[in-house]
Design a protein. Sequence first.
Lengths: 173, 134
Amino acid sequence: MSRPELNPRDPLADDPLADIAPQLKRALDLSDADFERMDPAVKHLLSARRRLGHSWLDDFEVVVEIVANDGCGCGVEPGQRVVFDMRHRIKPELSDAPLCMHMLAPVLAIFYMTFDRAAEGLNPLSRIWRFYDCTRTAEDNGKTKARTRVYLRTSDTHEVIDVNPMPPREVLR
Amino acid sequence: MTPADRFPRRLPAGLNERLSEWMDRFELVAEVTRAEHCANFIKVGQSFVFDLRGRIVPARSSAALCLGILARLEPALLIAQDRAQSGLHPISPSFQTFDCFDTGLDHGGMGKVCVRFHLRDRASGQMVEDAAKA
């Protein structure tokens, strides 16, 4: 299948990612042929570990903290948290808020940015998009909603990390 | 004039008198029907389980709770709530199958996960084909 050359000068187009390819092939059941037809955009995503270290996906967590629950019928309370790993998986064992998808679905955008920013060597958490709200809008034009804020923390010590640019985890110790 | 004055709420013709019972009794199951190169290792046959308010129930879900698919399912949860409120079987006959945000290896992404929804009786674990008759 031919694909349009959307980014013909992409610097990773011919990069075999030799330093990380063996682990990825094994983990994701990718053959050599699969790896060769991988889009440069995905290579960028995978290359984040060159910047933040091979273990960056395990080193940090994104915390979604509820800051308001006006008008919410799902039982969330301010101060409750939903914790995600950097693979955007909920960690139920670390979360104490009801896992309402109407509140959490908008947070997905954070994780597109975490991969994008990490590949650039930045703190994975956006400095701009840190507040979210529920998709349900009542007749008060959205004045009452469950509202959340997000922050990044280390997985082991739960220290909030707000530095830029971002070094690998071992440098933060 | 408030928005409510300008656009008076139109109540559905038939509100579901059994809604509260349905909320307690049934759960929505999104069973994985396709999983290729998923970076979160989601497998065919695993499932995500939700209550009828749209909350995921982690203890009853067997798949990794990846937001890349869960967020994609949020419209399905809205549909289910809407249908249940009107006394209709919560699973839409038109929208049962959903996929994740990853576009897949041949389309600029990495993997692809698809799910298909069904309704389940929480106590018995049996699939419910018509909530109104159950």
